[in-house]
Design a protein around this ligand. Structure first.
Ligand code: TSB
Ligand code: ZN
Length: 647
């Protein structure tokens, strides 16, 4: 009897004939014993598979080692299983949820009446290390679906039952075992636990089963996990640094904003200093927009539900809106977006092609029912004010308008000191979805126009299916925080849908009615999100033009207090944001506090300064700059503010 063979193609293009049923592990061994030792998982064509999976047909095979990013995610997934195995040994009665790999490690969900304490996390981590050291194999098993359900029913694993019921789409169900531990899982996994070394359990947080409010709350144990200890150490170090910059922590320490249970989650209150930063951002962007030909308007924060039925928000964006206020005679709703109001402003007058583009702008406040689990400080809130505008133009004008918005974004980022950002083309998801207006032709056209606009500027971008607005594709500008977590800030969106819904028109050169196109755009995002970013970017030490207090006047003693008061008054009159520290404290203490508040300039005032009519200038990072006449200090500071110097 001859054995059947299959042909495998290696990444370098070399091909081999091997008996059907050969495993990637055997192939690795044939290539080199060293490769076999470091191998973690394999890729067969485009699918990740276990090293122990018998290959049944011709395929392109790659053996993945610690160098491959995909191998790291598989290792993290196996670490999640290791966590569950350890927890099941220590607490056999917990119920299991899901346990996937995530960006920096893994988590696993457990239902248990008592919360896991820090000491318990340490115990669990020690158990994980014990199981890792035993180098227990991760083995794949198949069970018929009824048996799989029976297995979980008999052990009271109701969440797992639910998963098997919905997810197992074939008669045989895939499981993995790690010693005594068994888990419903598609895999793949690394061959055994011994390779999981660089990990650390980080924290526990509550999560509703399947993320749905109202479902039972499970405890998610999070772990960090990397290939090498050095990568884990780097990550933990970055995390420490990030914690110091966390805008929620600094927001409190620097008295920028506060939150209150009585007001509610996602509804921060801006304290005077934070409000100053926000006001400066607002004034800055309004000025830039006026220069760029925008017209500013004011519109109400709520409207009849009918408006959003007409716009399509009700159909496609309903879940992100707060429920309507029923007044019996009418139903009002807090607006989730400003577009419909601006559309009605466009519609309020007759428009001719000569008026176009019409650029209607507003610092528009809007309300979104973000789920409580995703809310965070100022960066994701439920009430937010967007630097919003809607440009109504002809299709031919799109490219130029797009470029104009991009120029505004670049200028604003330069003045704010934002250097690192990427462009993301946010498209609708493939396949039918009620998240998006159904009109293929419209989507194709809008997408093509966005691509052309980007290409004509020569800007590189990545693509993100599923991230479009319901009415059209977006060009989003993504900023990453200290931990590398990305969010959308600026956005430019092309929309054919809303002009159609509201039957918008302008009179063309031919005397006929034509339909304008809408560009939705936000240059500096919401005041909330941008402020959160800037707090973290500068670790609270805002550049002078944005600093809530620009100069602290520090009298050396009571003797110079009158002169110090006069200096503070003069500065304030000249438009400098100043704080007079007239406490009965030593100069060292006053300097320390001004440093802690990250005030750019400290003006020390002793007898010599009072006599000479000067101030001794100290900068928060450059140190002592020597004495200067007050007028000179004001002139220098104004120059620094006007040119938006980042120091
Ligand atoms: C640009 N109609 C458009 C507008 O004309 C619109 O609302 N687009 S959006 O939905 O993408 O939101 C605009 C920006 O608001 C986003 O790019 C993001 O930077 C910011 N944003 C969105 N949701 C939140 C939130 N929950 N908290 C803080 N900022 C948010
Ligand atoms: Zn809009």
């Amino acid at each position: 009897m001859t054995t059947e063979t299959i042909q495998i193609t290696l990444p370098d293009g070399a091909t081999r004939e091997v008996p059907k049923g050969t495993t990637p592990a055997q192939i690795a061994e044939q290539i080199s014993p060293r490769l076999a030792r470091v191998a973690l998982v394999a890729r067969a064509d485009d699918e990740l598979v276990d090293l122990s999976k018998p290959l049944e047909k011709n395929a392109k095979i790659a053996i993945l080692t610690p160098k491959d990013a995909d191998a790291l995610q598989v290792l993290r997934h196996s670490a999640a299983h290791l966590l569950a195995a350890a927890v099941m040994e220590l607490y056999p009665n917990v119920k299991l949820g899901i346990g996937p790999p995530i960006e920096t490690g893994f988590f696993y969900e457990f239902l248990r009446a008592e919360p896991f304490t820090q000491e318990e996390l340490e115990k669990i981590e020690a158990k994980m290390r014990e199981l890792a050291a035993k180098d227990i194999p991760n083995e794949r098993k198949w069970l018929p679906k009824p048996e799989a359900l029976q297995l979980y029913r008999s052990t009271n694993q109701e969440f797992k039952c639910e998963l098997v019921d919905e997810k197992a789409d074939e008669p045989m169900v895939s499981f993995y075992t790690t010693g005594k531990f068994i888990d419903f899982c598609r895999g793949p996994h690394i061959p055994s636990t011994g390779r999981i070394k660089a990990f650390k359990l980080m924290n526990v947080s509550g999560a509703y089963w399947k993320g749905k409010e109202g479902n039972p709350q499970l405890q998610r144990i999070y772990g960090a996990c990397f290939m090498e200890q050095k990568d884990l150490d780097d990550y933990l170090h970055r995390l420490e640094e990030a914690k110091k910059r966390d805008h929620r922590k600094l927001g409190k320490e620097l008295e920028l904003f506060t939150v209150s249970d009585l007001v509610g989650s996602g509804l921060p209150l801006w304290l005077p200093k934070g409000a100053t930063v926000r006001r400066l951002l607002e004034e800055y962007i309004l000025q830039k927009e006026r220069e760029a030909g925008y017209q500013h308007v004011y519109t109400p924060d709520l409207a009849k539900v009918d408006l959003y039925i007409r716009s399509g928000h009700w159909e496609h964006y309903h879940e992100d809106m707060f429920p309507p206020i029923d007044l019996k005679t009418e139903e009002l709703v807090l607006r989730p977006m400003n577009c419909p109001h601006h559309i009605l402003i466009y519609e309020s007058g007759k428009r001719s092609y000569r008026d176009l583009p019409v650029r209607i702008a507003e610092l528009g406040t809007m309300y979104r029912y973000e789920r409580s689990g995703v809310l965070s400080g100022l960066s994701r809130v439920r009430c937010m004010t967007l630097n919003d505008a809607h440009i109504f133009c002809t299709p031919e004008q799109i490219k130029e308008e797009f470029a104009g918005v991009m120029k505004l974004v670049e200028q604003a980022y330069k003045d704010l000191g934002i250097k690192e950002y990427t462009y993301r083309l946010s498209l609708r998801s493939k396949g039918p979805s009620d998240k998006y207006v159904a009109n293929d032709e419209m989507w194709d056209m809008a997408e093509q126009m966005l691509r052309e606009a980007m290409d004509s500027l020569g800007l590189p971008y990545t693509e993100a299916p599923g991230e479009a607005a319901f009415y059209g594709p977006k060009l989003d500008i993504q900023l990453a925080d200290v931990m590398g977590h990305q969010e959308t800030y600026s956005t430019i969106q092309i929309d054919f849908h809303l002009p159609h819904q509201f039957d918008l028109s302008y009179i063309g050169a031919d005397g006929q009615k034509h339909r304008p196109v809408m560009i939705h755009r936000g240059v500096i995002s919401t005041m909330e999100r941008m402020t959160s970013y800037l707090i973290e970017l500068y670790a609270g030490a805002f550049p002078t033009w944005l600093a809530p207090v620009q100069a602290a006047v520090l009298p050396l003693s009571d003797k110079t207090i009158d002169y110090a008061k006069k200096v503070a008054q003069d500065l304030s009159k000249a438009g400098v944001r100043v704080h007079l520290d007239d406490r009965n404290e030593k100069l060292q203490a006053k300097i320390r506090d001004a440093q802690l508040q990250k005030i750019p300039y400290m003006l020390v005032i002793g007898g010599k300064e009072a006599e000479a009519g000067t101030v001794s200038v100290r900068h928060r990072s450059k140190g002592d700059l020597g004495p200067r006449p007050v007028d000179q200090f004001v002139a220098d500071l104004k120059a620094e503010v006007e040119s938006h110097i980042i120091a």
